[in-house]
Design a protein around this ligand. Structure first.
Ligand SMILES: NC(=O)c1ccc[n+]([C@@H]2O[C@H](COP(=O)([O-])OP(=O)(O)OC[C@H]3O[C@@H](n4cnc5c(N)ncnc54)[C@H](OP(=O)(O)O)[C@@H]3O)[C@@H](O)[C@H]2O)c1
Length: 239
């Protein structure tokens, strides 16, 4: 098999029906992987991944359809964009459960199949896990912890042959980010803080995800790759 192809690889992409997840599905299929999606609506497997027991049910349904699993992309993410004092406990719980606890549950449920295939996991994090960018504290906490989940499982599961990495975008043109991108002042601030001077398209993120899944990336694990147009590198650079 070519180290730049995914022929015969079986993948599950959570939240693969729109935005970044849909672009990841297209990218993996373009490399000849067989890909299933899970979302609450319009997916190959319909489920709310934040519910108790969802991970086991979804992974088992997906593995039955695919005959095993080589790639898991934990892409589902949600946000309640409010200041800390305005966030209710149920809102915080929803964000942490959907973005973090569910991802861990999917990793655990998929591990035996991934160990069998010597497969990999890619988590979709965010640069909001590195620095405060006004996303709301629950989202920022969930993405920071997701990075550590990535690093921890990468080390713990390396011996089982399972690689674990993250791809961490800055603002990307999807329905989730649309309220920010529709506000001209906030859009201008995002662009001013992005050295490459553009908003990411979903396929920019998907390309990095696909790379990390390739045989060519076999020595890469435990990495959290920012795909952010240079946002994190810029810091407080003043010209
Ligand atoms: N867009 C950005 O600017 C940006 C920046 C940094 C990081 N990210 C991260 O990138 C990932 C994808 O974001 P996106 O912007 O592409 O989001 P999006 O456009 O809102 O798409 C979210 C996807 O997840 C599914 N989903 C949401 N909640 C779910 C649940 N509880 N159970 C099952 N499926 C669920 C949605 O389908 P249903 O609604 O039908 O369930 C949809 O397929 C997220 O982890 C996000 O935090 C995004």
């Amino acid at each position: 098999m070519s180290r730049w192809r995914l022929d015969g690889q079986r993948a599950l992409v959570t939240g693969g029906t729109r935005g970044i997840g849909a672009a990841v599905v297209d990218e993996l299929r373009g490399l000849d992987a067989t890909v299933l999606t899970v979302a609450r609506t319009n997916a190959d497997v319909c489920a709310d991944i934040s519910e108790d027991g969802a991970a086991e049910l979804v992974i088992s349904a997906a593995c039955e359809k695919l005959g095993g699993l080589d790639i898991l992309v934990n892409n589902v993410g949600t946000n309640v964009r409010k200041s800390t004092l305005a966030l209710s406990d149920p809102e915080i719980e929803t964000v942490l459960t959907t973005n973090l606890t569910a991802a861990l549950g999917f990793c655990k449920a998929a591990q035996p199949m991934l160990a069998e295939s010597r497969g990999c996991i890619v988590n979709i994090g965010s640069v909001a896990g590195n620095v405060a960018i006004g996303t709301g504290v629950a989202y920022a906490m969930s993405k920071a912890a997701l990075d550590q989940l990535t690093r921890y499982l990468a080390v713990e599961w390396a011996g089982a042959g399972v690689r674990v990495n993250s791809v961490n975008p800055f603002y990307t043109r999807t329905p989730l980010a649309q309220p920010v991108l529709d506000d001209p002042e906030r859009l201008a601030r995002v662009l001013a803080n992005t050295p490459l001077g553009r908003i990411a398209e979903p396929e920019d993120i998907a390309a990095a995800v696909a790379f990390l899944c390739l045989p060519a990336a076999r020595h890469i694990t435990g990495q959290c790759l920012a795909v952010d147009g240079g946002f994190l590198a810029r810091g407080s650079y003043v010209t």
